[in-house]
Design a protein around this ligand. Structure first.
Ligand code: CMC
Length: 423
């Protein structure tokens, strides 16, 4: 596979390790043989560790590049719809016209969830966080489709992909309806994916819901821009869970749980909470100072990224969509004014410039979703809906090849072996 070697010296010991090059990105040093030499690598937060080989998504954080199967995210957002991006992530190529139609039709015919699953919703308290409900209900899909889920059967894996992509908007919208005490709205086959999601969110049985095409398009963009992001915390969680051979619906539920945190998918909700806490434009400077203060845990939510150290290419597209939506709705919301002012001030501040902290995708997506009338507690649910195809494509890539159970090691700093106290 490679002739190149890196040499690692540990005391007197010299260890040769193979070096590989991917199609893009930095070279990687294969450290798998280190265990036989009696040493481990130490990399909390996995900042320097490639945990797998993958052909799905590539990020060049220094130059703000995000490619899905080689295609830049900006071009996908401009020319494809979300379901075409799903097809691409899952299958490796953009669909032909016919393949696209078949895929969309198949997804359309899997959007209903088993009627018994309605009962799962009523088991939750009304004030349950919709992410908690979604995590539970998606995990419960494993109980409904377990018999048709042989992870080694490619056809069954495809059917599971269709089911997941199709059912996530229904589950997401029902989480919202349940919290609001409104009747569940069923999917409609005459609408496209994002239109259907909006009608299940905002429709009611008393009157026909007319979908605003600009909002449906913006929703579709939000889905596209969140569809995949390489080996982030939730995707790595799905891969790790999947490496045990676990049921894929349960693996996706583990991804939803990992996404929930404010350092990851919960950031879009945290952005709006932060804007509400700032409350008035006159307080912005004080909050910027808090964010810069090392003794204060406060951070500007929606700023910074582990990988992007220049700009987040998704944020660029999202920013444009944000302005389109705000213009269309003619919204003049004080929180949105705070957001725009905060963005400007932070982008000109030395602290943020030096540390390469730019608004990320979640800064703008939260603002768009708020303008659309979607409550903040649903923001991460919508992220999870969009990311399901990314999680699944990674899980599918892993189980299609040879893989081992994921099992990191540790630097143990606890007590040495000692005797149990007697008497
Ligand atoms: N506000 C203020 N300071 C910050 C921020 C922020 N949002 N983000 C990073 N910093 C500072 C941090 O204090 C550190 O400063 P110093 O070098 O002086 O100690 C420096 O920037 C590097 O930060 P880090 O924590 O080492 O960076 P990281 O790569 O571990 O964390 C992050 C990345 C996204 C968790 C972090 O930037 C953050 O907490 N941002 C706010 C939450 C957020 O918006 N998350 C959404 C990420 S995008 C969606 C997704 O992919 O999930």
């Amino acid at each position: 596979m490679t002739d190149r070697k890196a040499t690692l010296s540990v005391g007197e010991q010299s260890i040769e390790l193979p070096v590989y090059s991917g199609t893009e990105g930095p070279d990687v040093i294969d450290v798998r043989s280190l265990v036989q030499e009696g040493v481990f690598t130490y990399d909390p937060g996995f900042v320097s560790t490639a945990a797998c080989e993958s052909k799905i998504t590539y990020i060049d954080g220094a130059n703000g590049i995000l490619l899905h199967r080689g295609y830049p995210i900006q071009e996908l957002a401009e020319n494809s719809d979300y379901l075409e991006v799903c097809y691409l992530l899952l299958n490796g190529e953009l669909p032909t016209k016919e393949q696209g139609e078949v895929f969309k039709d198949t997804v359309k015919h899997h959007t209903m969830i088993h009627d018994q699953m309605r009962h799962f919703f009523s088991g939750f308290r009304r004030d349950a966080h919709p992410m908690a409900i979604m995590c539970g209900v998606v995990g419960a899909l494993s109980a409904f489709y377990h018999d048709q889920m042989d992870v080694n059967n490619e056809e069954q894996r495809q059917i599971t992909a269709h089911r997941l992509v199709a059912k996530m908007p229904t589950i997401a919208a029902w989480c919202y309806k349940y919290a609001n005490g409104q009747p569940f709205i069923y999917p409609r086959n005459d609408l496209n994916y994002s239109e259907n999601f909006l009608q299940m969110m905002f429709g009611n049985p008393c009157e026909e819901y007319k979908v605003n095409p600009i909002l449906a398009k913006a929703m579709d963009k939000i889905f596209i821009l969140h569809a995949d992001h390489e080996q982030n915390a939730s995707t790595s969680t799905v891969r790790l869970a999947g490496s045990t051979g676990a049921n894929p619906y349960a693996c996706i539920a583990s991804g939803i749980a990992a996404l929930w945190g404010p350092a990851h998918g919960g950031a879009n909700e945290a952005v709006l909470d932060m804007l509400a806490e700032i409350g008035d434009e006159s307080n912005i400077e004080r909050f910027i100072e808090k964010a810069k203060d090392k003794n204060d845990p406060f951070r500007l939510m929606g700023f910074g990224h582990r990988v992007y150290k220049n700009f987040d290419p998704r944020a660029k597209v999202m920013r444009e969509t944000c302005h389109e939506v705000l213009n269309e709705l003619g919204i003049d919301d004080p929180l949105l004014r705070i957001a725009q002012r905060l963005e400007k001030i932070a982008l000109e501040d030395e602290y943020f410039i030096e540390r390469k902290l730019f608004p990320n995708v979640d800064f703008y997506s939260g603002i768009i979703l708020k303008a659309m009338g979607i409550p903040t507690s649903m923001f991460t649910v919508i992220f999870a809906l969009s990311r399901t195809i990314g999680w699944y494509s990674h899980w599918n890539e892993m189980v299609s090849g040879s893989f081992r159970i994921g099992r990191p090691r540790q630097l143990y700093t606890g007590s040495n072996q000692r005797d149990y106290p007697k008497g």
